[in-house]
Design a protein around this ligand. Structure first.
Ligand SMILES: [Zn+2]
Ligand SMILES: [Zn+2]
Length: 164
C-alpha cells in the first residue's frame, strides 16, 4: 500500500507527505524492514522501483536535474556527460558524492517531480554542449512541453552565446 502511494507521488516522498496520506510511522518502519520501501535519508523514503538517478538525487536531498531530468522527461538527449542534481533554492548539499554536479537554480523543489522544463534547459546551458542543448530545446518546443511563459523565462536567463 505504501509502495503504491509512493508510486503515485513519483517514487520519492517525505515522511510528512506520507503521513498526510494516512501512513503511520509504525507502518512505514515495517515497510522499510520488509523491503517494500527504501529509506533514503532521515525523513525521506523511496519506492525500490524508482529510477536509480531519482533515488540517488534524493540522497543528495534533491531531484535529478539538467540532462538527467531532460532524459527522464523524454526530451532528446544526445549525451549525458555528467549526472546533475537540482536542490531548488532551499536545498542543502549532501557530501559524500564526488560525481554529481549540483544546481541551485530558483524554484520550489518537490520530491517525486522533475524540475520545470525551463529550469532543466537552463541547467543544460551550463553543463551540456551546444548541440545537446539545442536538441533538447527543440524537442521541448516540438513536444510542447515548454510553455510560452517558460520560453520567455529561459531566454531572459540564458547566456547570450546560447541564443540563436
Ligand atoms: Zn548540470
Ligand atoms: Zn551524487
Amino acid at each position: 500500500m505504501i509502495d503504491s502511494i509512493l508510486r503515485q507521488l513519483g517514487g520519492v516522498a517525505r515522511t510528512a507527505t506520507l503521513r498526510a496520506r494516512g501512513v503511520t510511522g509504525r507502518r512505514l518502519q515495517s515497510a522499510v524492514r520488509g523491503g517494500e520501501v527504501v529509506k533514503i535519508r532521515r525523513g525521506l523514503y523511496a519506492s525500490p522501483d524508482a529510477p536509480a538517478v531519482v533515488r540517488h538525487a534524493a540522497e543528495h536531498g534533491g531531484v535529478p536535474g539538467c540532462a538527467d531530468a531532460a532524459d527522464l522527461l523524454d526530451l532528446w538527449v544526445l549525451k549525458i556527460e555528467q549526472h546533475c542534481v537540482w536542490l531548488g533554492r532551499a536545498g542543502e548539499s549532501h557530501p559524500g558524492c564526488e560525481e554529481c554536479h549540483v544546481h541551485w537554480n530558483d524554484g520550489a523543489l518537490v520530491f517525486g517531480r522533475y524540475p520545470p522544463i525551463e529550469v532543466v534547459l537552463l541547467q543544460m546551458t551550463e553543463c551540456a554542449d551546444d548541440e545537446t542543448f539545442f536538441a533538447a530545446y527543440e524537442s521541448a518546443l516540438r513536444l510542447m512541453t515548454i510553455s510560452p511563459g517558460g520560453i520567455a523565462w529561459l531566454w531572459r536567463r540564458m547566456p547570450v552565446g546560447k541564443r540563436c
